[in-house]
Design a protein around this ligand. Sequence first.
Ligand code: AMP
Ligand code: MG
Length: 483
Amino acid sequence: MSGWTLERTYTTLPPLFFSPVTPTPVREPSFVVLNAPLAEALGLDVQALETDAGAYLLAGNHLPPGAQPIAQAYAGHQFGHFTALGDGRAILLGEQITPDGRRVDIQLKGAGRTPYSRRGDGRAAVGPMLRELIVSEAMHALGIPTTRSLAVVATGEPVFREDVLPGAVLTRVAASHIRVGTFQWAAAHQDVGALRALADYTIARHDPALAGMPDPYRAFFDAVVDRQAALVAQWQSVGFIHGVMNTDNMAISGETIDYGPCAFMDDYDPGTVFSSIDAHGRYAYGNQPPIAQWNLTRLAEAMLPLFDADRDKAIAVATVAVERFIERFEHEWLTRMRAKLGLFTAEPGDDELIEALLDWMQETHADFTRTFSALATVGAAEQLAHEQEAFRGWFERWRTRLGRQPQSPAEATARMQASSPVVIPRNHAVEAAIAAAAAQTDLEPLNQLIEGLRQPYDYTRARPDILAPPTQPDPAYRTFCGT
Ligand code: AMP
Ligand code: MG
């Protein structure tokens, strides 16, 4: 058996939420990457999958058993402006039931046009799909909730952008693809029945324990807030910049989704923006928490009819619920940052201690990942304090603070190493691996990179050269939306 167990509960929703659509076959499917560990975790037969037949399947040329392909409808605020969207180049095959009992969407990204394609070609290029695979798998290894990437299959066909590029299909695996924008889609149709059906479906899928509560929609909204607060705190704690936090790119499940112009920050600066389309820095590193809250406010607006039949009362409920994000985020952020400093206990001055370190990092253009991994490496922070006068004051303060907790220095180091990755997907490495692979010449840097990113908290492992931090940070580094 090939291991497919596809179900299709999403199609029980009102027809407003999806359109049946068939993937458009491509000329010559061939694997660029097959993520074997993920295939196994999904219960798929890796040997059967890593064949030509498997490549045909993950290119959309053949359908796996049980598939009922659809494109999902949704709306979204893109850079603050409301638009009707939908899967313009992604096709959901169905929901795989994994051996450990999870239900996950299997989606082909770049599999051809859909009723929501607007002027787009429904296709994707190898480069951006590899970027999504590399970064999403790195995020997973970092322990950050994320959609996964099962494969990138080259199509053997060109896609026409500013340049002619090799085409590809990415197989995305997600807890679901229900977005803030999916709720906005229902709300925009002013169809409370459809909105309620979506909310009930989403609760059953992601928060089944809430279904019987007296006020399930309010409890569900709180759960979404909690997940986003935790998620964005995790992003901040590793220097991840999503790059395009439109409401259609925020998943209700709390997974990181829609890797476009994302990148990890090198030198610490809250104003860091990589995306070429984000001219005003709306989605800069330091703006991610308030933007998450802004997006949740749009979700609350969409859900108003479910909070209370009386609009004023519903708004009062929503206002309180959205406010909760701030305290939740601050709690999550402090928890993560304390761990990065090796702290087990909580003291009132801890936030100042963290801010003082970040201020020093910003002033001295310190590399985010390297600074925290130095704190977690015995002797490295002492060395830094010895070399840099400006760091010494903070270092002494930190050491005094560590001395006030009962845990040993070794325990503190272990905590720091578990919270501060020693490697991240560095921009130069991602670019180099993609360039070598996209030219169809050399998959070695790509495979080294993917492999090297699998254990980011292991301080003892030897790393391939491609994972060394940049010798010179590149202030002009830009990422491009993967269309
Ligand atoms: P994204 O920037 O990837 O979040 O996409 C925003 C919207 O544009 C979504 O509705 C996508 O489905 C759609 N889209 C992006 N690229 C294409 C394409 N090449 N063809 C059709 N639709 C696209
Ligand atoms: Mg999107």
